[in-house]
Design a protein around this ligand. Sequence first.
Ligand code: DUC
Ligand code: ZN
Ligand code: ZN
Length: 477
Amino acid sequence: MKTLIKNGTVVNSTGTAQADVLIDGETIAAVLAPGSSLLGFDVENNVDTVIDAAGKYVIPGGIDAHTHMEMPFGGTNASDTFETGTRAAAWGGTTSIVDFVVQYAGENVLDQFALWHEKARDNCAIDYGFHQILSDVQDSSLTAMDELVKEGVSSFKLFMAYKGVFLSDDGQITKAMQRAAQNGSMIMMHAENGSVIDLLVQQAVAAGNTTPYYHGLTRPWQAEEEATHRAIMLANLTGAPLYVVHVSAKQAVAQIATARDNGQNVFGETCPQYLYLSLEDNLGAESDEWGSFEGAKWVCSTPLRSREEGHQHHMWQSLRTNDIQMVSTDHCPFCMKGQKDMGLTDFSKIPNGIGSVEHRMDLLYQGVVDGNISLERWVEVTSTTPARMFGMYGKKGVIQPGADGDIVVYDPKGHTSIGVDKSHHMNMDYSAWEGYEIDGHVDTVLSRGKVVIDDNQYLGTKGDGKFFKRGLSQYLI
Ligand code: DUC
Ligand code: ZN
Ligand code: ZN
């Protein structure tokens, strides 16, 4: 099967050019000068399919490097399965995800890795890889880290919060970091001071402050800044590279920027919710059927931050200046009915998470329209950097010969209205992005050369997506 995408504007993170893209089977064969002829050979009349991308952007498929499909968490499971979540991702122009294998205390890391393969295999609409969560860091977990690197899992997430669920203490973190420094893998950190948060939560609930708004108030920016600083110091001590996930506080960004300025291998990720949404959303609206509990729709950790304090503006700026390197979603969806409502009388029982896997490319493109980032930076933070950060670049994250045919044809003159009755394919009974209007549209999506979305139709099949083995981060020397 040969496909030609002609007349489009090809946008890579390195620049933009008018070019035609030839895909042979699953792989990009050539990027051609417009007109589709190669050494006098007429390409257009020798392919099976021609996609006319005139007036549209042709970009590498999005890579969401932080998702939690069907994750057991908060007394329930994230509501998107690998099947529903990856299909929704495809709808939104994301052609790869990196999800997290979970190891809770006492569990065996390699057993969990096998279990997650079972969950994902033959179910995904797009390609997928895995990071590994470590909670207690047993001796067997350290040897498993070496094994997993060989299996293409080259990044390990640790938590400084969620005591009794995920939390690793500083000694355990240091041990895992020492191993990462030896085997070249990346340490990913959920950086919030869990003990402080647990105390503030207990005090709030005891005082009768039980609405979702208190979720944000009991996870203050100081708890994020302190943990970010501590993680950076432990990484400095051990020599491990550090990737701080879901950064939401401007003070945490400053810690990351300082470490980078000092030459340390420290990287920061933010998410669309920290660019657009705010703590005030956790107040909910009395006009909503859920009243103030509506605020539960936006309960996630790290929490949304106060708009008055300017975190959102600062986060866009940090993306522009590369103090923050990339944008993932932390896609961890829960329905209001039967899941979020477990915390109706106590915010601490609301499962933490927001679903955005479908909308990340659009929401970040709106940042281009609004003048917050350039077109090339859009591609960089949503595709190229995730590919390089997590050892996929060359096959993913770029339109060049030899890369996988993961391509999105994006229409800057199109429009996307987000909401449960509009564009919404995630398995959730609400949208955290209800009412958002995007000045652009995902027209066509190819996953390894196969058209999976076209003209507002899903044309793929579950199982199209394959597991990919990742190499070490391409940001490290
Ligand atoms: N934060 C969330 O909001 N959900 C899943 C885990 C996490 O760290
Ligand atoms: Zn986290
Ligand atoms: Zn997460």
